[in-house]
Design a protein around this ligand. Structure first.
Ligand code: KG4
Ligand code: ZN
Length: 335
């Protein structure tokens, strides 16, 4: 069986085909980053227009390139939330219309569930139940993943998401938008101990986070120091140290509290090398196992939507639902 996955919740048009016997057979991502860069953030209207231009074009091109006919597709999975409403409307309407025309089921996928199930795209995948640390531009959550469609939110950020904190700090350091990845590259040149950032809520017993203070702390450091390449690297280093320490500490706490032995790191910030390395070291200390998708499956992509669609199709979980596009769709409301 083959599922076509369509992801358009933000500024990436991600289209993929997942086959239950072979695995991922096609995966194309068109990023609009260049378009939004000059505005210092995503312009939703421009994002919607780009999705309109690209979605069908990419679907056609991957059929052609992989010599797949539309008749071989058994279902279409699409992101119906959460995300930017315009981009979601574009992808969802296209997916819904194609499923009607091709007389195959449509499967509405929650973007956060897609990020979690991206961990199933690796060779070494977690078994249910496991803990997911979901760290993206819009979310920072610790989730108990009992099975597909069965999630319990254990903790989340009370203000900025981890990716948002990376991007805002990167912007203050003059690294452009979105600067999370750039910041982590520059941090490699930073000298340990030159700056110290607060580690918000690290001592709180719950599994919540707070990252909005980090950008203020970065702002003060920038105002009070001579800014050159080395200071920028030193600030980036200290910022990354602080944020990754908090993420590691809380994830470890979640494993201990739930007595779960497996942790998957998913979402865009999951591509961060320092986070991966620190997490591995700490989780091994409690004899836990860590899983992370290939970096290209951490940031938004169609493969995570296609594989989630396949898992839902096999279990006949909420397929062929009415078109219901949701800018907000909390993980605990997934069925
Ligand atoms: O999951 P994603 O593609 O989109 C959302 O669903 O939000 O995550 C994008 C976020 C951005 O904030 C980006 O700066 C961040 O992930 N990001 C990183 C890295 N790569 C992407 N942050 C830190 N280190 C990275 N290597
Ligand atoms: Zn995402």
């Amino acid at each position: 069986m083959k599922v076509l996955g369509i992801e358009t919740s933000c500024d990436e048009t991600g289209i993929a085909i997942y086959d239950d016997k072979i695995g991922l057979i096609a995966n194309k991502i068109y990023s609009q980053k260049k378009i939004h860069k000059k505005y210092g953030g995503i312009v939703p209207e421009l994002a919607s227009r780009e999705h309109i231009k690209k979605t069908i074009q990419i679907v056609k091109s991957i059929f052609l390139k992989n010599k797949i006919s539309q008749k071989e597709i058994n279902a279409i999975a699409y992101t119906s939330g959460p995300g930017l409403i315009g981009p979601l409307i574009v992808g969802s309407s296209i997916a819904y219309s194609l499923s009607y025309a091709w007389k195959i089921p449509s499967i509405a996928i929650n973007h956060l569930e897609g990020h979690i199930m991206a961990s199933m795209l690796c060779k070494k995948k977690p078994n249910f139940p496991f803990i997911a640390l979901l760290v993206s531009g819009g979310h920072t959550q610790i989730i108990y993943v009992k099975n597909i469609g069965k999630y319990k939110l254990l903790g989340e950020t009370v203000d900025d998401a981890a990716g948002e904190a990376f991007d805002k700090t990167a912007k203050l350091l003059g690294l452009g938008y979105p600067g999370g990845k750039k910041l982590s590259i520059i941090a490699k040149q930073g000298i340990h101990g030159k700056f110290i950032f607060p580690q918000p809520m690290i001592k709180h017993n719950n599994l919540n986070f707070s990252f909005s203070g980090l950008k203020t702390s970065a702002k003060i450091k920038i105002q009070n120091h001579n800014i050159n390449q080395q200071t920028i690297a030193n600030i980036a280093y200290a910022f990354e140290e602080a944020i990754t320490d908090v993420l590691v500490k809380k994830s470890k706490k979640a494993l201990i509290q739930t007595q779960c032995k497996q942790l998957a790191i998913v979402g865009g910030v999951g591509a961060n090398s320092k986070l991966r390395a620190k997490m591995k070291k700490e989780i091994q200390k409690i004899k836990g196992k860590i899983f992370y998708p290939n970096k290209k499956f951490c940031t938004d992509n169609g493969a995570m939507i296609a594989i989630t669609g396949m898992m839902r199709l096999k279990k006949k979980l909420n397929i062929n639902t009415k078109l219901n596009i949701r800018a907000k769709w909390p993980i605990s409301d997934i069925k």
